[in-house]
Design a protein around this ligand. Structure first.
Ligand code: ADP
Ligand code: TMP
Length: 234
Protein backbone atom coordinates (compact mmCIF):
# COMPACT_ATOMS: atom_id res chain seq x y z
CA UNK A 1 0.00 0.00 0.00
CA UNK A 2 1.35 3.41 -0.98
CA UNK A 3 0.17 6.52 0.91
CA UNK A 4 -1.19 9.08 -1.58
CA UNK A 5 -2.52 12.63 -1.45
CA UNK A 6 -4.35 14.05 1.53
CA UNK A 7 -8.06 13.90 0.73
CA UNK A 8 -9.47 15.56 3.83
CA UNK A 9 -8.42 16.89 7.23
CA UNK A 10 -11.11 16.78 9.89
CA UNK A 11 -11.16 17.65 13.58
CA UNK A 12 -9.79 14.29 14.76
CA UNK A 13 -8.41 12.53 11.68
CA UNK A 14 -6.65 13.04 8.36
CA UNK A 15 -7.76 10.94 5.40
CA UNK A 16 -5.29 10.00 2.63
CA UNK A 17 -5.78 8.35 -0.76
CA UNK A 18 -3.81 5.16 -1.44
CA UNK A 19 -2.68 3.45 -4.65
CA UNK A 20 -5.95 1.46 -4.44
CA UNK A 21 -8.93 3.69 -5.44
CA UNK A 22 -11.21 1.67 -3.13
CA UNK A 23 -9.07 2.13 -0.02
CA UNK A 24 -8.16 5.06 2.24
CA UNK A 25 -5.58 5.57 4.95
CA UNK A 26 -6.96 7.20 8.11
CA UNK A 27 -4.49 9.00 10.41
CA UNK A 28 -5.73 9.52 14.00
CA UNK A 29 -4.64 12.91 15.41
CA UNK A 30 -4.05 13.95 19.03
CA UNK A 31 -6.17 17.07 18.36
CA UNK A 32 -9.43 17.38 20.26
CA UNK A 33 -12.37 19.73 19.79
CA UNK A 34 -15.64 20.19 21.63
CA UNK A 35 -18.78 22.27 21.19
CA UNK A 36 -18.67 21.98 17.37
CA UNK A 37 -15.11 23.34 17.25
CA UNK A 38 -15.54 26.06 19.91
CA UNK A 39 -12.98 24.42 22.23
CA UNK A 40 -9.62 23.20 20.88
CA UNK A 41 -6.91 21.17 22.59
CA UNK A 42 -4.50 18.27 22.41
CA UNK A 43 -4.83 14.96 24.18
CA UNK A 44 -1.31 13.48 24.24
CA UNK A 45 -1.25 9.96 22.77
CA UNK A 46 -4.94 10.03 21.76
CA UNK A 47 -4.22 9.17 18.10
CA UNK A 48 -2.45 5.93 18.99
CA UNK A 49 -5.02 4.98 21.65
CA UNK A 50 -8.07 5.73 19.47
CA UNK A 51 -6.56 3.76 16.57
CA UNK A 52 -6.08 0.78 18.92
CA UNK A 53 -9.53 1.02 20.55
CA UNK A 54 -11.25 1.43 17.15
CA UNK A 55 -9.32 -1.54 15.77
CA UNK A 56 -10.38 -3.60 18.80
CA UNK A 57 -14.08 -2.75 18.40
CA UNK A 58 -14.16 -3.12 14.59
CA UNK A 59 -12.60 -6.61 14.91
CA UNK A 60 -15.01 -7.64 17.68
CA UNK A 61 -18.01 -6.33 15.74
CA UNK A 62 -16.90 -8.20 12.60
CA UNK A 63 -16.64 -11.43 14.63
CA UNK A 64 -20.24 -10.82 15.76
CA UNK A 65 -21.58 -10.10 12.24
CA UNK A 66 -21.44 -6.28 12.07
CA UNK A 67 -19.42 -5.30 8.97
CA UNK A 68 -17.26 -2.18 8.91
CA UNK A 69 -14.83 -0.30 6.68
CA UNK A 70 -11.84 -1.64 8.69
CA UNK A 71 -9.18 -3.51 6.68
CA UNK A 72 -6.06 -3.41 8.86
CA UNK A 73 -3.94 -1.31 11.21
CA UNK A 74 -0.85 -0.15 9.33
CA UNK A 75 0.99 1.98 11.91
CA UNK A 76 0.41 3.17 15.50
CA UNK A 77 -1.74 6.10 14.27
CA UNK A 78 -2.97 4.75 10.93
CA UNK A 79 -5.72 2.41 9.78
CA UNK A 80 -6.42 1.17 6.24
CA UNK A 81 -10.15 1.27 5.44
CA UNK A 82 -12.54 0.77 2.55
CA UNK A 83 -13.40 4.06 0.84
CA UNK A 84 -17.11 4.56 1.40
CA UNK A 85 -19.75 6.82 -0.06
CA UNK A 86 -20.46 8.38 3.34
CA UNK A 87 -24.02 8.99 4.57
CA UNK A 88 -24.06 12.49 6.07
CA UNK A 89 -25.55 11.40 9.39
CA UNK A 90 -24.31 10.84 12.91
CA UNK A 91 -26.23 7.97 14.49
CA UNK A 92 -26.36 8.31 18.26
CA UNK A 93 -27.37 5.35 20.43
CA UNK A 94 -28.17 5.98 24.10
CA UNK A 95 -28.64 3.59 27.02
CA UNK A 96 -28.46 6.12 29.85
CA UNK A 97 -29.38 9.82 30.06
CA UNK A 98 -26.27 12.01 29.64
CA UNK A 99 -24.96 14.96 27.65
CA UNK A 100 -27.51 16.81 25.52
CA UNK A 101 -30.33 14.46 26.61
CA UNK A 102 -30.22 15.80 30.19
CA UNK A 103 -31.65 19.16 29.08
CA UNK A 104 -33.88 17.78 26.34
CA UNK A 105 -35.72 15.33 28.61
CA UNK A 106 -35.24 17.18 31.91
CA UNK A 107 -33.97 14.01 33.57
CA UNK A 108 -30.90 13.69 35.80
CA UNK A 109 -27.64 12.44 34.27
CA UNK A 110 -27.39 8.70 34.86
CA UNK A 111 -31.10 7.89 34.49
CA UNK A 112 -31.35 4.51 32.72
CA UNK A 113 -33.47 4.45 29.53
CA UNK A 114 -36.07 1.66 29.30
CA UNK A 115 -34.91 0.81 25.75
CA UNK A 116 -31.92 2.03 23.72
CA UNK A 117 -32.73 5.34 21.99
CA UNK A 118 -31.52 6.13 18.45
CA UNK A 119 -31.10 9.74 17.29
CA UNK A 120 -29.84 11.22 14.03
CA UNK A 121 -27.76 14.36 13.60
CA UNK A 122 -27.19 15.91 10.17
CA UNK A 123 -23.40 15.97 9.64
CA UNK A 124 -23.08 19.66 8.78
CA UNK A 125 -20.55 21.90 10.58
CA UNK A 126 -22.22 25.02 9.07
CA UNK A 127 -25.60 24.12 10.60
CA UNK A 128 -24.10 22.82 13.87
CA UNK A 129 -25.16 19.18 13.27
CA UNK A 130 -28.93 19.61 13.84
CA UNK A 131 -31.03 16.65 14.94
CA UNK A 132 -33.13 15.04 12.19
CA UNK A 133 -35.84 12.42 12.07
CA UNK A 134 -36.48 9.79 9.38
CA UNK A 135 -38.76 12.19 7.44
CA UNK A 136 -36.03 14.84 7.18
CA UNK A 137 -33.56 12.14 6.13
CA UNK A 138 -35.83 10.95 3.33
CA UNK A 139 -36.77 14.51 2.29
CA UNK A 140 -33.08 15.44 2.00
CA UNK A 141 -32.31 12.17 0.15
CA UNK A 142 -29.62 11.37 2.71
CA UNK A 143 -30.64 7.70 2.91
CA UNK A 144 -33.50 5.44 1.83
CA UNK A 145 -35.93 3.71 4.21
CA UNK A 146 -34.22 0.41 3.50
CA UNK A 147 -30.84 1.94 4.33
CA UNK A 148 -32.24 3.51 7.52
CA UNK A 149 -33.59 0.10 8.59
CA UNK A 150 -30.18 -1.49 7.99
CA UNK A 151 -28.41 1.33 9.85
CA UNK A 152 -30.74 0.99 12.86
CA UNK A 153 -30.34 -2.79 12.88
CA UNK A 154 -26.53 -2.53 12.75
CA UNK A 155 -26.44 0.25 15.37
CA UNK A 156 -28.54 -1.74 17.85
CA UNK A 157 -26.45 -4.85 17.18
CA UNK A 158 -23.25 -2.85 17.80
CA UNK A 159 -24.78 -1.50 21.01
CA UNK A 160 -25.62 -4.97 22.33
CA UNK A 161 -22.18 -6.39 21.41
CA UNK A 162 -20.20 -3.45 22.82
CA UNK A 163 -22.28 -3.32 26.03
CA UNK A 164 -21.59 -6.99 26.68
CA UNK A 165 -17.82 -6.65 26.05
CA UNK A 166 -17.59 -3.53 28.22
CA UNK A 167 -19.73 -4.98 31.02
CA UNK A 168 -17.12 -7.71 31.50
CA UNK A 169 -14.52 -4.93 31.94
CA UNK A 170 -16.60 -3.05 34.52
CA UNK A 171 -17.51 -0.29 32.07
CA UNK A 172 -21.02 0.96 31.26
CA UNK A 173 -21.70 2.05 27.68
CA UNK A 174 -23.76 5.20 28.29
CA UNK A 175 -24.06 6.37 24.66
CA UNK A 176 -22.07 6.59 21.42
CA UNK A 177 -22.03 8.02 17.90
CA UNK A 178 -21.61 5.98 14.72
CA UNK A 179 -21.23 6.82 11.03
CA UNK A 180 -22.11 4.63 8.05
CA UNK A 181 -21.41 4.59 4.32
CA UNK A 182 -22.06 2.60 1.15
CA UNK A 183 -19.61 0.21 -0.50
CA UNK A 184 -20.56 -2.02 -3.43
CA UNK A 185 -24.29 -1.81 -2.60
CA UNK A 186 -23.70 -2.63 1.06
CA UNK A 187 -24.03 -0.48 4.19
CA UNK A 188 -20.85 -0.59 6.28
CA UNK A 189 -19.99 0.92 9.66
CA UNK A 190 -17.32 3.63 9.24
CA UNK A 191 -15.26 6.29 11.03
CA UNK A 192 -14.09 5.31 14.56
CA UNK A 193 -15.28 3.88 17.87
CA UNK A 194 -13.28 5.44 20.70
CA UNK A 195 -13.59 7.57 23.86
CA UNK A 196 -13.93 10.56 21.47
CA UNK A 197 -17.39 9.41 20.38
CA UNK A 198 -18.56 7.12 23.18
CA UNK A 199 -19.45 7.76 26.83
CA UNK A 200 -17.82 5.11 29.02
CA UNK A 201 -18.48 5.11 32.79
CA UNK A 202 -16.89 2.88 35.40
CA UNK A 203 -19.71 0.57 36.50
CA UNK A 204 -19.06 0.95 40.23
CA UNK A 205 -17.90 4.55 40.64
CA UNK A 206 -19.55 6.08 37.52
CA UNK A 207 -16.21 7.81 36.86
CA UNK A 208 -16.20 9.21 33.31
CA UNK A 209 -13.60 7.47 31.13
CA UNK A 210 -14.11 9.40 27.87
CA UNK A 211 -13.98 12.78 26.14
CA UNK A 212 -16.36 14.33 28.68
CA UNK A 213 -13.21 14.74 30.83
CA UNK A 214 -11.92 17.12 28.11
CA UNK A 215 -15.32 18.71 27.38
CA UNK A 216 -15.95 19.44 31.07
CA UNK A 217 -12.31 20.20 32.10
CA UNK A 218 -12.30 17.34 34.60
CA UNK A 219 -8.56 16.58 34.22
CA UNK A 220 -7.09 13.09 33.83
CA UNK A 221 -8.04 12.99 30.15
CA UNK A 222 -5.03 10.99 28.86
CA UNK A 223 -5.30 8.60 31.82
CA UNK A 224 -8.99 7.92 31.08
CA UNK A 225 -8.30 7.06 27.40
CA UNK A 226 -5.41 4.79 28.47
CA UNK A 227 -7.59 3.15 31.13
CA UNK A 228 -10.24 2.17 28.55
CA UNK A 229 -7.56 0.73 26.25
CA UNK A 230 -6.02 -1.22 29.15
CA UNK A 231 -9.34 -2.63 30.33
CA UNK A 232 -10.25 -3.75 26.80
CA UNK A 233 -6.94 -5.23 25.76
CA UNK A 234 -4.84 -6.22 28.80
P1 ADP B 1 -14.91 15.53 11.10
O1 ADP B 1 -15.12 15.51 9.60
O2 ADP B 1 -16.21 15.42 11.83
O3 ADP B 1 -14.05 16.67 11.56
P2 ADP B 1 -12.79 13.50 11.43
O4 ADP B 1 -11.69 14.42 11.80
O5 ADP B 1 -12.97 12.26 12.22
O6 ADP B 1 -14.24 14.16 11.47
O7 ADP B 1 -12.56 13.16 9.91
C1 ADP B 1 -12.74 11.91 9.35
C2 ADP B 1 -13.68 12.05 8.15
O8 ADP B 1 -13.61 10.87 7.37
C3 ADP B 1 -15.13 12.23 8.57
O9 ADP B 1 -15.70 13.27 7.80
C4 ADP B 1 -15.79 10.89 8.24
O10 ADP B 1 -17.14 11.04 7.88
C5 ADP B 1 -14.94 10.40 7.08
N1 ADP B 1 -14.84 8.95 6.96
C6 ADP B 1 -14.75 8.03 7.95
N2 ADP B 1 -14.64 6.79 7.47
C7 ADP B 1 -14.65 6.90 6.11
C8 ADP B 1 -14.58 5.97 5.03
N3 ADP B 1 -14.45 4.67 5.25
N4 ADP B 1 -14.65 6.44 3.75
C9 ADP B 1 -14.77 7.78 3.53
N5 ADP B 1 -14.82 8.71 4.50
C10 ADP B 1 -14.78 8.28 5.78
P1 TMP C 1 -24.55 14.37 23.11
O1 TMP C 1 -25.11 13.92 24.44
O2 TMP C 1 -23.65 15.54 23.22
O3 TMP C 1 -25.67 14.58 22.11
O4 TMP C 1 -23.64 13.17 22.55
C1 TMP C 1 -24.12 11.84 22.45
C2 TMP C 1 -22.96 10.91 22.09
O5 TMP C 1 -22.51 11.14 20.77
C3 TMP C 1 -21.73 11.07 22.97
O6 TMP C 1 -21.16 9.78 23.19
C4 TMP C 1 -20.78 11.90 22.17
C5 TMP C 1 -21.14 11.53 20.73
N1 TMP C 1 -21.04 12.66 19.81
C6 TMP C 1 -20.03 12.68 18.86
O7 TMP C 1 -19.19 11.78 18.79
N2 TMP C 1 -19.98 13.74 18.00
C7 TMP C 1 -20.87 14.75 18.02
O8 TMP C 1 -20.77 15.69 17.21
C8 TMP C 1 -21.92 14.71 19.02
C9 TMP C 1 -22.94 15.82 19.12
C10 TMP C 1 -21.97 13.65 19.88
Amino acid sequence: MIKGNQLYEGKAKIVYETDNPNELLVYFKDDATAGNGAKHGTIQGKGVINNKISTFFFKQLKDHGVKSHFIETVSPCEMLVKKLDMIKLEIIVRNVVAGSLVKRLGLPEGTPLAVPVIEYDYKSDELGDPMLNRWHIMALNLATIDEMNQIEHMSLAANAIMREILKAKNVDLVDFKLEFGRFDGEILLADEISPDNCRFWDTETHEKLDKDRFRQDLGGVEEAYQEILNRLTL
